[in-house]
Design a binder for this molecule. Structure first.
Ligand SMILES: [Zn+2]
Ligand SMILES: [Zn+2]
Length: 183
């Protein structure tokens, strides 16, 4: 069993829950307990995570909006250089009371609705989803990264004029004859 009550993503809302109109802001910074992201790019476990959230009490739950800021590290999909992304990412979601009626036709953004006990909201799922969807599917060090030379693996960005002497296949037979003659 994990110890969710000690998760830094959990925010106590007992002070505003069940009081529609009540509101508070939360600023938290902590080390990521677990990696956030994909296998190609992500926020490593232990990296700094900053949450700037605004929580608003509604009749059906607590509406949370804000940003998460953390540095994701990955590898360029073309040249394998390190790629770092640290843009703030938007997070939002409705933490609905278990007794809030879900059948009144107001399910506008079903994917942003989380259930909670009325005491603490656990932002981990919302933060994880927001970070994963904000990260590039194929990280690139720059949009026009030329990648690596297919022949020798050199970084083409360092050497734009990079080229290899190639022999026209029509002459290769003749060259092998000449090589034979020389030896
Ligand atoms: Zn690159
Ligand atoms: Zn090369």
């Amino acid at each position: 069993m994990s110890h969710p009550e000690s998760s830094p993503y959990r925010i106590h809302v007992r002070d505003i829950a069940r009081a529609p109109g009540a509101h508070k802001t939360v600023h938290e910074s902590f080390s990521a307990p677990e990696r956030l992201g994909t296998s190609l790019i992500g926020v490593p476990a232990g990296a700094d995570v900053e949450l700037d959230m605004s929580l608003e009490s509604l009749s059906e739950g607590v509406w949370v909006t804000g940003t998460v800021t953390a540095e994701a590290v990955g590898e360029c999909g073309r040249c394998l250089d390190e790629v770092r992304v640290d843009e703030p990412v938007q997070v939002q979601g409705l933490f609905a009371y278990p007794d809030a009626s879900a059948d009144d036709g107001e399910e506008s953004d079903a994917q942003d609705v989380f259930e909670f006990d009325g005491e603490t909201v656990d932002l981990e799922g919302a933060v994880r989803d927001a970070v994963v969807t904000s990260l590039p599917f194929t990280p690139l060090c720059r949009p026009d990264c030329p990648g690596l030379c297919g022949e020798c693996g050199a970084r083409l960005a360092d050497d734009p004029g990079h080229a290899h002497e190639t022999i026209d296949p029509r002459w290769s037979h003749l060259k092998s004859l000449l090589d034979e003659k020389e030896s």
